[in-house]
Write a protein that binds this ligand. Structure first.
Ligand code: 5GP
Ligand code: MN
Length: 325
């Protein structure tokens, strides 16, 4: 029997009995968030249902090859007037991560919460949380199997994209035998594995490379060599011409220094807010650190949006990380 059998059954019932769905992922969506949104959209279209896909923030440009990605509405650009009662949230660890999307939920909305973050607080009416899944798309692959829908090239490409990006190219510790088995199945549908790796993990735009160079120029490291961090502000973004998605991957550089246990990226959002990304070499549970600031994530990769000035927040976060070393 499938684990989470009850949730699979409840979700199948929810999808088949109702109509007119809203599919939502987290603010500033990454590969898994976008791919999961599209995989749910694909499943709903197989069922002949009406649905709208939204989030707050643009789809990463390099993911525009994904089937129907242009249909995902960025609510920060295009506010919608309709309200939705049937909501499916994917890859969203907590309710506030849906951002502006909650404005188009009805007051009595029934939320299905499908996610793989161990910090997920089960905010849905139905919660399918599989914290040992490498990506939310892994759970959706199982759901599609459970519902006996034959895969095609479009959904296989989306599912593969989510797996590829959330495992850092099948390298992170989350890359289980099951992940490889699913990837293998997806390749049988003609997914261009090497092409996607090249496009999503290797290629850089020039502004992205310039932003990385600028950030690394300011790299700092603690006296004991265990914590390393970089900062990025609006001026850096403006001078390099970089966009939000170009921040992806920068935090791996401080983390990859030999001897470093925790790498951090501080991105100034405005005068009084900073987004921090945390990455661990394995010893420190950075999800715990992020949670202490109201954020969340995974043991080795987590994030939080924190109120305060950059200097205050750097000090405060370093303190919390040191306490875990
Ligand atoms: P990143 O640093 O790449 O933005 O995110 C790393 C991991 O932490 C991802 O799994 C992401 O979903 C999670 N994460 C990032 N920011 C937040 C946040 O503000 N709140 C929560 N709950 N999770 C976050
Ligand atoms: Mn994910």
């Amino acid at each position: 029997m499938q684990t989470n059998e009850q949730e699979f059954r409840q979700i199948e019932q929810f999808l088949t009995e109702r109509d007119d769905f809203l599919v939502v992922s987290h603010v500033q969506p990454d590969g898994d968030a976008v791919s999961s949104t599209l995989a749910v959209g694909w499943l709903l279209s197989c069922l002949g249902k009406n649905y709208t896909m939204v989030n707050e923030g643009p789809i990463p440009r390099r993911m525009s090859y994904l089937w129907h990605s242009e249909q995902i509405v960025d609510l920060s650009e295009t506010p919608l007037q309709s309200k939705y009662k049937n909501v499916i949230c994917v890859d969203c660890a907590d309710f506030k991560r849906v951002g502006k999307s909650h404005l188009i939920f009805t007051d009595d909305a029934r939320i299905v919460n499908i996610d793989h973050h161990p910090t997920n607080d089960a905010y849905g009416a139905i919660n399918l949380i599989v914290s040992n899944a490498a990506a939310t798309v892994e759970i959706l692959f199982d759901l599609i199997q459970y519902m006996n829908k034959p895969l095609d090239h479009d959904v296989a490409t989306a599912l593969y994209t989510g797996l590829l990006t959330d495992t850092g190219g099948f390298r992170y510790s989350s890359t289980s035998p099951k992940v490889m088995a699913i990837a293998s199945r997806l390749l049988e549908y003609g997914v261009d594995g090497p092409g996607l790796s090249e496009k999503l993990l290797e290629q850089m735009t020039l502004p992205q490379l310039r932003l990385l160079t600028k950030a690394l120029n300011g790299l700092q490291i603690s006296e004991d060599g265990k914590i390393s961090w970089v900062t990025v502000d609006d001026e850096d973004m403006r001078l390099t011409g970089a966009i939000h998605e170009d921040l992806e991957g920068i935090v791996n550089y401080p983390r990859n220094i030999q001897g470093v246990e925790v790498g951090l990226l501080f991105k100034v959002i405005n005068e009084n807010a900073v987004k921090v990304s945390l990455r661990s070499a394995g010893k420190v549970d950075v999800a715990r650190v992020a949670q202490s600031f109201g954020g969340g994530g995974h043991i080795r990769a987590a994030g939080a949006r924190i109120e305060g000035t950059l200097d205050e927040i750097v000090l405060h976060v370093l303190e919390q990380v040191k306490a875990q070393l």
